[in-house]
Design a protein around this ligand. Structure first.
Ligand SMILES: Nc1ncnc2c1ncn2[C@@H]1O[C@H](COP(=O)(O)OP(=O)(O)O)[C@@H](O)[C@H]1O
Ligand SMILES: Nc1ccn([C@H]2C[C@H](O)[C@@H](COP(=O)(O)OP(=O)(O)O)O2)c(=O)n1
Length: 668
């Protein structure tokens, strides 16, 4: 997951390949609650690991459920419809799929509970559910503003005779909450009547489908009246697999529809969900087809290709696919006219006011947008010149972050900045990694920050922090020369230019692996062995051999991967990445560098003598700078930074400012 302040996405050429998507949020949280309410143990496979499911799991633990986690498999030992008597405070974050159903279940079972969430949760309405539960005799008080969380739940005095009325036109989650809770107390038939037009019906279908898996057959008369049969009982299905999230699939369906194939392949294959999914958002495929996607499906998979281009503008009632429809609004940027998405009033009460948010962000990209109470109308930028590079504000809304990533196929070749990219954790923590695994950008569009300079100038430290702040990969090119020196020495090859062919042959056979900050040579962790001063000196020796340098060029260039790279060394800016958009040449006085190295070694418990270190580094500087191949020198377009009197933090800040000044969008 990217936990950076922002993530800059370079313009993409195309995408192809296969992706496996995380489990559905709607199914995961429903199944967790049902498993918690029934008797016995339920093993749930492929459960989504996200903010919302973690909120639910934490609440279930607090309530006394047994929870055993093992990767994406979770075992829940249910409460059998009985709650402990201890008062409990439950924090629901911003998870509507946890807040609403738990409120209903706890209210009918009764106890002493407080349910709260993040500030946005306290702005999301729950009054219609509370009204319905109060008709049943449940005891619920508002602790803040009437109609909104936080809530306190007490003991009920249940009255089950009269039909319970619930509004269906604000959120279908209210009805879902009642449907899942009432089997706990169905000593007689309980009737629920929906007042107003029921929105988001496919989510109710998921609820009914899963209740059936837990042994409860709800009778339904149209979409207005639901009967929980007397004597029904939630029964564990023992084992259950969660489908991949159909709303998450929408981004990859759109990706297949928008992008050209790459690497001789065509299309995006999506594993984990097929066209016969029980999730309503799977109907997104019909809308995508209308816009021009070619989609094939089989058991638990979809394959999507671009067919019509530009995409075809559509006018669609999106009530049945409220979440996935946001993706259509971004696909509309690539359409041949104006797209109108209707009947989406529920967008206004989601993680943020999604109609307003989509309109604002689409306009930043150059689109013309008209918004109404329950619709949005999107006209793409007229021509490539009318597209704008935009920093997309994401409103703590995972779907905004994910759907706007698709703007990277813009014909103007502009990058897109996604602010607060970690908001995708709500449903799809590895969304961007998954996107990058199938996407391709032209190598020149993948940004590289080069940090070159003499030993102990702080290159490694600076480069690693800058990489972390930008969410980029990190290449410590010196480690490659250090490994080469170490391996040659171990193999008994003298580090002399006459032996350079033998050293290169050895280098080509070396199984080198980078695992985070660890470097493995043929399975052995050599991270410490290559850091000694002797290894540094040996590295400096082998690095002067032209054949060794040549053998490492492609290896280093292959680190230029999405979303970007920070590389430190001696020739990053001059030889390896000559077209890098930012090159930093970092220096510090010899005294200063010798002192830094001294402190570094002593702090690691390695004995050192300051005067020797200084002599060694001056010798190394002299060799690195005077060698005929790729000598240590600043690239012509490098920005010089002498950090003798700067802290690490201020050096990082300076480099990030230089980076920002080269971006086409304003800072986040
Ligand atoms: N700007 C700085 N101010 C003070 N100390 C620094 C600075 N940059 C790096 N250091 C320290 O100097 C030592 C050497 O830095 P390092 O990043 O290993 O240098 P290089 O990769 O250039 O050899 C480290 O202990 C590091 O914490
Ligand atoms: N891109 C590079 C990186 C390192 N080298 C050589 C020259 C250096 O003296 C050695 C060791 O580099 P490294 O960056 O690990 O050394 P320091 O941390 O700066 O002491 O490798 C190089 O020639 N080209």
């Amino acid at each position: 997951m990217f936990s950076t302040e922002f993530l800059d996405l370079p313009p993409l050429l195309g995408a192809s390949g296969s992706v496996t998507l995380p489990g559905s949020k709607s199914i995961s949280n429903r199944v967790l609650l049902l498993a918690a309410l029934c008797e016995g143990t339920t093993t749930i496979h492929d459960l989504l690991d996200s903010d919302d499911t973690r909120v639910m799991l934490a609440a279930l633990r607090t309530l006394g459920c047994g929870v055993q986690e093992n990767g994406s498999t979770v075992e829940i030992t249910g409460l059998g419809g009985r709650l402990g008597t201890a008062p409990a405070k439950l924090f629901m974050g911003n998870a509507g799929t946890a807040m609403r159903p738990l409120t209903a279940a706890l209210a009918v079972l009764g106890g002493d509970f407080e349910l709260s969430g993040v500030p946005r949760m306290h702005e999301r309405p729950i009054g219609d559910l509370v009204d319905a539960l109060r008709q049943l005799g449940c005891h619920i008080d508002y602790l803040g503003q009437d109609g909104f969380p936080p809530l306190r739940i007490g003991k009920p005095n249940l009255k089950l005779d009269a039909p319970i009325q619930v509004r269906g036109d604000v959120s279908s989650q209210f009805l879902t909450a009642l449907l899942m809770a009432l089997p706990l107390v169905a000593t007689k038939d309980i009737v629920i009547e929906v007042v107003g037009e029921l929105i988001s019906r496919p989510y109710i279908e998921i609820t009914l489908n899963l209740l059936a898996r837990f042994g409860v057959q709800v009778r339904r008369d149209g979409w207005q009246r639901f009967t929980i049969p007397a004597g029904c009982k939630l029964q564990s299905p023992k084992v259950l697999h969660v489908e991949a999230d159909a709303s998450s699939a929408s981004y990859f369906i759109a990706l297949g529809a928008i992008s050209m194939g790459v690497r001789g392949q065509n299309g995006i294959k999506i594993q984990g969900v097929g066209a016969d999914s029980i999730q309503g958002d799977i109907r997104f495929i019909d809308a995508a087809k209308q816009m021009g996607a070619r989609i094939e499906s089989g058991p638990n998979w979809l394959e999507v290709r671009r067919a019509a281009w530009p995409l075809k503008a559509i006018d669609l009632d999106c009530n049945h696919i409220p979440d996935a429809a946001m993706t259509l609004a971004v696909m509309a940027l690539y359409a041949d006219g104006t797209t109108t998405l209707r009947n989406i009033a529920s967008w206004r009460v989601k993680e943020t006011d999604r109609i307003a948010a989509m309109a604002t962000e689409l306009r930043k990209l150059g689109a013309t947008v008209v918004e109404g109470a329950d619709f949005i109308r999107v006209t793409p930028p007229t021509s490539a010149q009318d597209w704008r590079a935009a920093s997309i504000h994401t409103y703590d809304d995972h779907r905004i972050a994910m759907c706007f990533s698709l703007a990277v196929f813009n014909p103007a070749g502009l990058p897109v900045r996604i602010e607060d990219p970690k908001c995708v954790a709500k449903t799809f923590p590895d969304y961007f990694e998954t996107l990058f695994s199938v996407a391709q950008a032209s190598a020149t569009h993948i940004p590289v920050v080069c940090v070159d300079g003499p030993t102990a100038s702080g290159k490694g430290t600076l480069a690693a922090v800058v990489a972390e702040k930008l969410g980029y990969h990190f290449l410590d090119s010196g480690s490659l020369y250090r490994i080469t020196g170490l391996a040659a020495t171990r193999a008994g090859i003298a580090l002399e230019v006459a032996n350079q062919e033998a050293i290169v042959a050895l280098l080509r056979s070396l199984p080198i692996r980078f695992e985070g900050s660890h470097i493995l040579l043929d399975g052995e962790d050599v991270s410490d062995a290559i850091r000694t001063e002797e290894a540094g000196m040996n590295a400096s020796r082998v690095s002067a051999f032209p054949l060794v340098r040549g053998a490492l060029v492609d290896f280093q260039r292959n680190f230029r991967q999405l979303p970007g790279l920070v590389a430190d060394g001696r020739d990053m800016g001059t030889i390896i990445f000559p077209n890098a958009p930012l090159k930093v040449f970092l220096t510090a006085s010899a005294t200063c560098r010798a002192e830094r190295r001294y402190k570094q070694l002593i702090s690691k418990g390695i004995p050192a003598i300051l005067a020797d270190l200084r002599a060694d580094l001056e010798a190394r500087d002299a060799r690195d700078s005077s060698r005929p191949v790729a000598p240590l020198k600043p690239a012509e377009d490098a920005q010089l930074l002498d950090n003798s009197d700067l802290t690490v933090d201020s050096s990082v800040e300076i480099v990030l400012d230089w980076w920002q000044s080269k971006q086409p969008f304003k800072s986040a």
